[in-house]
Design a protein around this ligand. Structure first.
Ligand code: S3P
Length: 174
């Protein structure tokens, strides 16, 4: 099979990167990895614990290490990322950057409607303070837009609809 570029999913916490990735691997032959999962297995502890015990800077250094590994060693793969991963300098060298976009309120609504809502909120240290999280969203939105090759508005769409749209747009982009 000819080598394809990786697809990198970026976007704010809770926007549905993991859900879209899971649908996408069902309807395509992409395999997927998740940067937070990679970090958790490298460290054998959760992202929440890493933030609590070692601080955000330590976590960002691990993201950097993962980004270099992805660039040098991974191809043909759908890469789902943590909400701050888009800041990696080599993002564009890893693959096609797809930004999943939604308003902050819709993201909160999505998280709160989940059966495990409180778990979803608790596992994300940067969502502990919703006022600060809203500020972070405002600060990041233009930055996500700036790094994106493709933008998918996920508002009121199912994960499967988003995954189909994503595949179409990636094909057009190639
Ligand atoms: C973060 C998002 C989280 C996780 C960490 C930091 C961020 O991932 O990487 O808590 O800076 O936005 P999700 O986007 O999967 O929640």
């Amino acid at each position: 099979m000819p080598s394809r570029k990786n697809i990198i999913l970026v976007g704010f916490m809770g926007v549905g990167k993991g859900s879209v990735a899971r649908e996408l691997i069902k309807i395509s032959d992409y395999m997927s990895v998740d940067t937070d999962d990679l970090i958790e297995s490298m460290e054998n502890r959760s992202v929440k614990r890493i933030f609590e015990q070692s601080g955000e800077k330590y976590f960002r250094d691990l993201e950097k290490r993962v980004s270099l590994w992805l660039e040098n060693s991974v191809s043909n793969t759908l890469i789902s990322t943590g909400g701050g991963f888009y800041k990696q300098e080599n993002l564009k060298d890893i693959g096609v950057v797809v930004f999943l976009n939604s308003s902050f309120d819709k993201i909160l609504k999505r998280i709160k409607s989940h059966p495990n809502a409180s778990k979803k909120l608790k596992k994300r240290p940067l969502l502990n303070d919703l006022k600060k999280a809203r500020e972070l969203y405002k600060e990041r939105l233009p930055q996500y837009m700036a790094v994106a090759d493709i933008v998918i508005d996920v508002t009121d769409k199912s994960a499967l609809e988003c995954a189909k749209e994503l595949l179409e747009k990636v094909k057009e982009h190639a």
